[in-house]
Design a binder for this molecule. Structure first.
Ligand SMILES: [Zn+2]
Length: 456
């Protein structure tokens, strides 16, 4: 295969050509209620050629049949020929690399029979179902993906990477008359099957949260001091800030360019934020991105100052910066675009106890049920929350929707916890039809003043 790829690259008449070949083995088991909904195994194999003619544009061809690479390379060249780039397209330089990486799993999930995976999902489903008579519906998911990726380009790069991914997740829906509440948990890893065994406690917690939410009162709308747990803080920094750091968006959007000027200051100098695809065993880890740029730690905010952003080779060249290792594609059907890897708020100095002890009336908001962002404005629903009264965690509340302006909110962060945690949750990030891309998020607890919370 390697010879054929390199031969095909040599034949290309384009200024730059890249071939990516991907093989994905997937199994997936889903239980809903008492029933098995899905149990399947699937292999998906294909490739993509990207050719660049600097004065014209990109030509992209994806395919399933790997036999005729030479024709695909010619086709990509022809597609690039019909382009009419308004300005020449340059790529930031990246040192060519030859590297073959393999992973070793303690228990390789490809060796586990589907029946055993089904039994695992069924067990977690049963834990949720049997937790309470108030649990009226459930979902339990087991899924694994083993990806083998080859990336080669006309500059001499040849990289083979193996990427395992295994996820278990549980959803519980609890009901009391008209009152219906739900909770969800998941656990994802790039390690082996052993990592998702014995997670009954995860399933039990999901069920417990859904049942407890039945008794929670809706929060009274208003402005509160909010302490966000690691998951909510991680989702916040990914959704509200991380996407604005993606240079394709910044470049194309004049408003975003103005907002994300290097050197801009946020808040009290406490905040440090980075994206890092090089940390082992995290969900967004990718040692080389889909253009062959090695992953590294890219600081986005340091001591409260905007210091960096995320790039592909093309956006880096456009903005006169360095490629950052953030060109990622969800599979061989897509060209890479600028994406996050593992995005985090760095650890701070304040303990959780100190963070809440002076709050007379506030909210401890935990987990996140998605949300929306519109440039600098966001709104997120927390999964569940507690009131903070006189420095202590008090009753559970529901329907906590946090809304605000990103920059005002960053400004209002006045304490950063010393309890940093990576969140090994499933799900993923969506952008430009490419969903769900595995990404990692991490944060300590953070405290934010004057947060507007919707509710009753
Ligand atoms: Zn995202």
């Amino acid at each position: 295969m390697r010879d054929r790829i390199q031969e095909a690259l040599k034949r290309s008449k384009a200024d730059y050509t890249e071939i990516r070949i991907e093989e994905k083995e997937t199994t997936r088991v889903v239980f809903r209620g008492k029933d098995l909904e899905v149990a399947n195994a699937n292999i998906d194999k294909g490739g993509i050629v990207r050719s660049l003619i600097k004065n014209k544009g990109w030509g992209v061809v994806s395919f399933n049949n790997l036999d005729d690479l030479f024709t695909k390379v010619d086709q990509a060249y022809q597609c690039a020929q019909v382009g009419s780039a308004p300005e020449p397209i340059e790529l930031a330089s990246v040192e060519p690399v030859e590297k073959i990486t393999t992973v070793e799993m303690k228990r390789d999930f490809r060796d586990i029979p589907l029946a055993e995976k089904k039994a695992l999902a069924e067990r977690y489903n049963q834990v949720v179902l049997s937790h309470s008579r108030k649990i009226v519906d459930t979902q339990a998911v087991y899924s694994d993906i083993f990806t083998h990726l080859i990336l080669a380009n006309s500059e001499g790069t040849y990289i083979e990477q193996e990427k395992p991914s295994v996820v278990v997740g549980t959803t519980a829906i609890a009901r009391d008359g008209e009152n219906v509440q739900q909770a969800h948990d998941s656990l994802a890893t790039t390690q082996g099957y052993e990592y998702v065994l014995d997670k009954d406690e995860l399933a039990r917690k999901t069920a417990q949260k859904a049942v407890e939410l039945l008794d929670a009162q809706s929060i009274k709308a208003g402005q509160y001091t909010v302490v966000a747990d690691q998951m909510l803080a991680g989702v916040f920094i990914h959704e509200a800030f991380g996407h604005l750091s993606e240079a394709d968006f910044v470049y194309e959007n004049p408003k975003a360019r103005e907002m994300m000027t290097m050197g801009r200051r946020f808040g009290k100098g406490l905040l440090n934020v980075y994206d890092d695809g090089s940390i082992p065993n995290l969900r967004g880890t990718t040692l080389y991105d889909d253009e062959g740029t090695p992953a590294r730690r890219n600081w986005l905010i340091q001591d409260g100052e905007l210091v960096g952003r995320l790039h592909s080779r093309q956006t880096a060249a456009k903005m006169g910066e360095k490629a950052s290792g953030n060109a990622r594609a969800i599979n061989y059907r897509f060209a890479p675009i600028v994406r996050m890897t593992n995005t985090a708020i760095d650890n701070g100095a304040t303990s959780f106890e100190v963070m809440i002890k002076d709050i007379e009336l506030g909210v401890y908001a935990c987990e996140a049920y998605g949300g929306q962002t519109q440039l600098e404005n966001f709104s997120f629903s927390s999964g569940y929350a507690y009131m903070i009264r006189d420095g202590k965690i008090a009753e559970m509340v529901k329907d906590v929707i946090l809304a605000g302006n990103l920059f005002a909110t960053l400004e209002n962060i006045d304490a950063i916890g010393n309890d940093f945690k990576w969140l090994n949750t499933g799900g993923g990030c969506g952008k430009g039809n490419q969903f769900p891309l595995p990404v990692g998020m991490g944060a300590p607890h953070i405290r934010i003043q004057n947060v507007v919370i919707g509710g009753e």
